[in-house]
Design a protein around this ligand. Sequence first.
Ligand code: C2E
Ligand code: MG
Ligand code: MG
Length: 847
Amino acid sequence: MPSARNLSEIFIQTLEQAADSVVVIDSSNNVLLFNRAAEQLWGLDRTSVIGHNVKLLVPQDIRAHHDDYIEANRRTGINKIVGSSRTLHIERADGTQRWASMSISKIEADDEVLYTAFVKDITAQHLQNEQLRLLSLVVDRTDNAILITDAPGEVIYTNSGFSHLFGYSAEHAINKRPANLLAPYMPPDEVLGMHTQLAAGQPYSSETLIYCADGQRIWCHVTINPIFDAQGVLSNTVAMFTDITHTKMHEVLNNRMLEAIVREDPLESLMEKACREVERIAPEITTSILGVSTNGRLHPLAAPSLPASFSEALEGLAIGPGVGSCGTAAYLGESVLVTDIANDPLWADFKALALPIGLRSCWSTPIKDSTGRVLGTFAFYYREPRGPSAFHRRLLDVIVHLCSLALQREESRSKIRQLAFYDSLTNLPNRSLLHARADQALAEAERNKSQLSVLFVDLDRFKQVNDSLGHPAGDELLRVVAQRLSVNRRSSDIVGRLSGDEFVLVLPHCDSAHVTEVVEQLRQTLSEPCQLAGSTLCPSASIGISLFPGDGHDMGTLIHRADMAMYQAKSLGRGRFSFFSHELNQLAQERLALETALREALETQQLRLHYQPQVRMQDGLLYGVEALARWHHPLFGDISPARFIPLAEECGLINQLGLWAVREACRQLAAWRRQGLKIPAISVNLSPTNFHNLDLPGMIASTLQQHNLEAGDLTLEITENVVMDTNPATMKTLHEVHAQGVRLSLDDFGTGYSSLSYLRRLPIQELKLDQSFVNDLEEDATNRALSEAVILLGESLHLTVVAEGIESIGQQRILKDQGYHVAQGYLFSRPLNAADLEAWLSTAVKN
Ligand code: C2E
Ligand code: MG
Ligand code: MG
């Protein structure tokens, strides 16, 4: 039997070799024994431990108080430590961590008290426990929803995130099939596919719309993992749901909208898309988007589910503090919610629009640009009194952002368009826009077979203005000219600035005659004096003209030729114009010269009247004389009325000419009467334009009075064109003149195209058969039939019928036989000046 000493040695030996760590300390806490296992656990050599205070084995942060701690324990109830096991945290010498389970026994020997600690390394187990603890924390605290099903696929567990996210309590979910509960509209083959995949041991994941307890939908990312038991049979599935509504909404809307924005879809189609996407995601919403213009007016952009009349009623409405939800939201720059349209004062003026189509509440939010300016509004309408849900708010955030992008793009696009296509100095279309529009106009002219004129306008002495008055004055001159070129233009006309002082006008439906008038008008408008840098200046320009189709078929050629013509004009001196085509140019230049001369002729009394006698068929007595205008120009010689009368029409001198003719004829008739000549009446030709003048009747009356003449002494000859004249003054003037007792004669009868019914509407007393019928009366039976018809018609209307242009006795006989009342023509006399007429009268009277 071993001695007591041996025993304690054996005991010590045993402790030294024990698999668990053993630490023995005395009552002063100094280490007496530190076995091999302890050396390994702490990573310390026993020589550095034995004889030292045991506190070097505890973590740094509690070392300082360790003695006090042990002391307190020993005093107050050390037994709680001794005998029970507790977990120990060990900081090893190499810095790594271990966890151990420790139990302490107290050994009292002789007068000594020793404490033995048995320490077992439980690091692996501790870590596992810790992971489990954290895991359960995660499962319970997470926002994600987790559900576990059993083998038959029914719910056996849901975490708190599940109830939180979907609104279903755990009790409600238990024993239900997840797909039935959360995705009732999931197609059955998709559900089957999911089960097959899980049974095959593959995790399943998808993005699905989940229906919540309150009927809301949220987008979830779902991952389902299958769990198999030891026998390899599916025992559970664990499903985790993450709310991705926001991301998904972004993704779906962003993808569709941004794609469309990048595709440069037009704004209307973008806005409609935005509405449709929102209504697809949330079918309970009806949407509308209104634009807000810079002057604070609403303009409907899209409302695909609302009747057109709804949007039309809002067009142009001014925003303001009581203008529905949208007008108010735009005005305040913040969202406006009206939960009950029927009773909210904001909707007082508009509820009649909304209620009949079932809209009961409206939430409108301003769409702003990056600086906060309101560009539009996005409205969510509901069919019941309510406000937006959290889901709706999120949806709105996303869509409003996208709409703002689209509206801002539109704004910058129009700014870019302005910069790209308009000249910034004059705001006129620049070369590219000019060409684009001109090409369109040209295509149209080609289609309609109409004529088109191109004017190349180049300022005269522009460089001089720049050099002498400075560039700002030069710029100002260009602006003035641009404005002057643009006034009085028809909406189809195109005015553009090519570069520097070069402008181009493209005038559709404009032939050579009309363009000459336009050029005249332009030259006058341009030359009005203007103030530049303190000086008065009369701008002038040289203008070149080319015509479609004569001078070219494409804009490049037409502009180039107009440019060439402009150079030609410039070479003639400033302020001139020139046609590209030589013949046209000559004609136009002559016309211009003639126009100037005619103006002068009227002012200087160069015109004369000649008189052609009209005789009665019956007895050869004088019926009257027709006054015919004559113009002898000192340089150009005799100019036919067939030439200068139309010219006077075109350049606005006809009124003046007509008034002159009436006065001159009356003066002459009065003079003859004073001389005792018996001239029954005088006829004066007037153009339809003369009857636009409402002063004509008054002027005629005062002229007759001035010369002591009767109204019946004067006959006015008008042509059939007067009937086609749409000017409302014409008929009024005609009737007034007639009412005074002045006779009216319809000249050149038979050459017009109007119907005969107008004859009854015109207050005429005389008809003049056109001389073209008289011409070959003797040879042509048709003409005879026509002249016969005219006299019959005239007689049936009780009119005096005059045949003019009679040159032969044969003609005279036929017409006389047919019953014509009055004859006029070379056979009797050519038109004569006053003196010659007097002579003719004396011979005629003799005869
Ligand atoms: P109209 O009023 O039909 O005048 C008759 C024209 O026939 C005159 O031509 C006259 O000289 C011409 N004539 C007369 N008898 C004969 C004949 O036997 N044979 C031929 N071949 N011709 C004959 P004229 O003077 O050259 O005037 C041409 C037209 O100019 C006139 O046709 C009239 O429409 C217009 N006209 C002339 N003077 C005036 C005027 O003062 N004012 C306006 N508005 N028009 C005028
Ligand atoms: Mg006449
Ligand atoms: Mg005539």
